[in-house]
Design a protein around this ligand. Sequence first.
Ligand SMILES: C[S@@+](CC[C@H](N)C(=O)[O-])C[C@H]1O[C@@H](n2cnc3c(N)ncnc32)[C@H](O)[C@@H]1O
Length: 171
Amino acid sequence: MIKQALISGAKSDEWYTPVEVVRTMLDVYPPKNGDRVLMPFDTDKSNFVKVITKEYDGNAVYGITDFMTNIYDFDYLITNPPYSNKDEVIARCIESGKPCVLVLPIDALGGVQRHKLYSKTNISVYVPTKRIKFISENGEHKKSPANHSVIMMINAPKTEIIFEYQKEKIT
Ligand SMILES: C[S@@+](CC[C@H](N)C(=O)[O-])C[C@H]1O[C@@H](n2cnc3c(N)ncnc32)[C@H](O)[C@@H]1O
């Protein structure tokens, strides 16, 4: 029983981010010129890697498996992390002190422990109007996603919430 739960938990992490969402994240929370970019939960299959290495940082770091235990020197982090470990990832991002842009389930906005973490820094949240149709391992878009997602910049210049309908004003 427990083993089954663990297996399905890990499987639920294998959802990939559509390129339009990667572009929205970069539009709303762009890296600065010359930033060293880290994508800690991405391989060369990831749309983050495809866009960043071509258009932002040819030397960006990705394909690692030890973000939680190793110290990386970076200026800007962007990724869709494994949701089964999202709280540990959020804590690690806060600890880094660097701008970290994550796509997360909307539920990640609440929680006693999370608020303890969030209160240590500034968090900017961007709320897309529609649910994100993440891509499965076999390349199909999720048909009817059950939950909304948010895009969050951890260690942001200020704490704020931005709805998609306000985006024109900021781009
Ligand atoms: C939600 S998926 C997103 C994949 C990719 N970032 C994207 O957005 O297309 C999270 C990924 O993190 C990977 N992952 C889980 N634990 C990891 C770890 N400790 N180090 C590196 N990658 C890990 C999973 O295999 C999975 O591919």
